[in-house]
Every structure is written in C-alpha cells, then in structure tokens.
Design a protein around this ligand. Structure first.
Ligand code: BDR
Ligand code: CA
Length: 320
C-alpha cells in the first residue's frame, strides 16, 4: 500500500523536484501540501505548488498556507541566486494557474485526524509550521503519526548557509529544536547524505528529452538554474544535490539510507545558530528512549540515481 504523506515544503527548486517525484511515485500518496516561507515567500510557495499540482492533474490534493516567517520573528533573507526570483529558476508559473482553494492551518489537524496511524509526515523546509502545530494544539497532536521524514541538519560536515548550519535548521533553529525534542520517530536526512545525492546535467538532459510526464518541460530549465548556483558555490561540483528528494525516496525505498540512533540537539542562538549535534561515540551517554532520533549517515547514491530516473521515466500519474 502507498504511504500517505502530509508534505511540508517551500518550493524552491529541489522541493519542486521532490513534489514531482512524489506525484510520479506510485508508492507515495500525497494527502496535503503545506507551503510556507523558505526558499521563497509563502505566497510564492503556494503558487508553485499549485502549478505543479495543476501540471500533474492533481488539483484534488489540498494546499495549505503555512507560516510567513520563523518563530524568532527575525527578518527573512531569500536566495534567488539558487532558486530563482519565483522559486522555479527561470520558470514563472502562468497567471492562468488558479490557486483554487487554499486551506488554512486547521486543515492540517483535520488531515491528521482523518488518516490517524496511516500517515507519515515529510518536511522539506523550515520547521516552523510543524513546531507551531505543537504550540497550538499541544504535544498529543502528532501521537498517531507513524514517522517524520525530515530534510535538515548537518552532522560532522560543514553547513551550507553558515560554516556550521544547514539552511532549514538555521532559519528557524527554535522550531528545529522543538521538533527534535517533541516529535517521535524522526528520520533525519541531513547534508552529510543529501550533499551526495547529486544528479548530473547529463541525466537531466536525458530526462528532459525522454520523460513521458507532464513535468518534462520543467526538468531541464529548473535544474540548470540550480546547478549554475551550485557550480559557483562548490567549485568543481559535477551536478547538483537534490536534497529534498532524499527523504521521500527513503520513505518509499527503505534500503536507500542507513540511520544511526542518537539524540539530536540544535543550537538556537549565537554564532553556531542552527548547528545540529549528536553524541557519535560508539557508546553515547544514555538518553530517554523517546528522545532518540534516527540520523541518516549513509545513502546508496547509485540507488538514488536509478530510482530517480525510473520514477521520472515511468509517468504514472493516476490519482489514487
Ligand atoms: C535545504 O534548504 C533549502 O534551500 C533546500 O530546499 C533544502 O530543503 C538544503 O539545506
Ligand atoms: Ca526545501
């Protein structure tokens, strides 16, 4: 049976590849997308998600407007050089895309109650909305959710937005810490594995020519924009890491990632803001079992590439 996924995202180019991947993968059934600030302002995230759902003929999937900024109230900086002014590189969703109905926050609760223990949460952006759910509805809100698959953090490697921190944790470190403390059954997909989830321009060229899916026209222009930014930031890089595809693929393909159980902490303030850490000694200090998270430490990159290509070449868009 397909995994029912409630998706939190900030599309964004790698988020958009993740959304397309999920829509095309028969093992994943998206039951709602929460679109928040992050790579773009939240209104733009909503538009981009609506565009992708329209292209995929999945307007039945509810879009929920997320947060406009982090819990600290800190002003937000966007990164148009990586994701484009409007979040899809050179692509501007046509004005003819109607957003349809955009739901408010309460819809999240409704979906959680509807799917009960048949639901997994995947988070690809800042963790503000998930933390707000705990703040508004209390610690019990996610008690039935099977697992949280999250893109965030960086362990034993440098950050990408600061020397120490990964972007999703850095921009709302308070929210990231709340989630690490309160959510149960977290599978974390940090930079130490997602940086290696590189798709090359050759693969994209092939998919851009051969994908039988309605996303075909987006594949190459969106990727090329993102790849150019990576080439500037990481001299010599052979392709671009599609960070946000990793947690979704890990959910549908349990052999992809090897996890190590440790308690994760996130620095909330100061120079190391957003830095994630864990006790990696072979025998760590004891922690209460409910505080243990599963940290992705190894990913099978060959499997990542093959799975990514297969999904974009199969074109299965049946509504489920
Ligand atoms: C993460 O930050 C965002 O910019 C990407 O979409 C990804 O979720 C990588 O650090
Ligand atoms: Ca993202």
């Amino acid at each position: 049976m397909a995994h029912n996924v409630l998706l939190f995202a900030d599309p964004g180019i790698d988020d958009s590849f993740a959304i397309m991947y999920a829509l095309l993968n028969p093992k994943i059934n998206i039951v709602g997308i929460i679109c928040g600030y992050g790579n773009t302002p939240k209104e733009q995230s909503v538009k981009n998600a609506a565009y992708l759902l329209t292209l995929g003929q999945r307007e039945d999937i509810p879009i929920i407007a997320g947060a406009a900024g982090p819990l600290s109230g800190t002003p937000i900086q966007y990164y148009p050089e990586i994701h484009g002014k409007e979040g899809l590189g050179p692509i501007k969703p046509p004005n003819t895309i109607k957003n349809g109905k955009v739901y408010d926050f309460n819809k999240i609760l409704e979906i959680i109650k509807q799917y009960k223990e048949n639901l997994e949460i995947v988070s690809l952006g800042r963790l503000t909305e998930l933390a707000l759910m705990f703040i508004i509805y209390g610690d019990e809100v996610f008690k039935d959710v099977k697992a949280f698959y999250i893109m965030g953090g960086a362990f034993l490697v440098p950050g990408n937005i600061s020397a120490e921190a990964e972007a999703n944790f850095y921009v709302d470190p308070i929210a990231a810490n709340i989630i690490m403390e309160k959510a149960r059954n977290i599978y974390l997909h940090p930079l130490n594995i997602t940086n290696k989830a590189i798709i090359t321009p050759e693969i994209i060229q092939f998919l851009g020519e051969n994908s039988p899916t309605p996303f075909k026209p987006l594949i190459k222009p969106a990727f090329d924009y993102y790849f150019q930014a990576y080439q500037k930031n990481v001299p010599g890089i052979q392709g671009a890491p599609l960070h946000d595809v990793v947690p979704l693929m890990a959910l549908s393909n349990p052999d992809l990632v090897k996890y190590i159980p440790r308690r994760v902490k996130v620095e909330e303030f100061g120079n190391a803001k957003g830095k994630s850490s864990a006790d990696f000694r072979p025998i760590p200090d004891p922690e209460p079992p409910e505080m243990i998270d599963f940290i992705g430490m190894e990913a099978n990159i060959q499997m990542f590439i093959v799975d990514f290509m297969e999904v974009f070449l199969q074109g299965d868009l049946q509504s489920r």
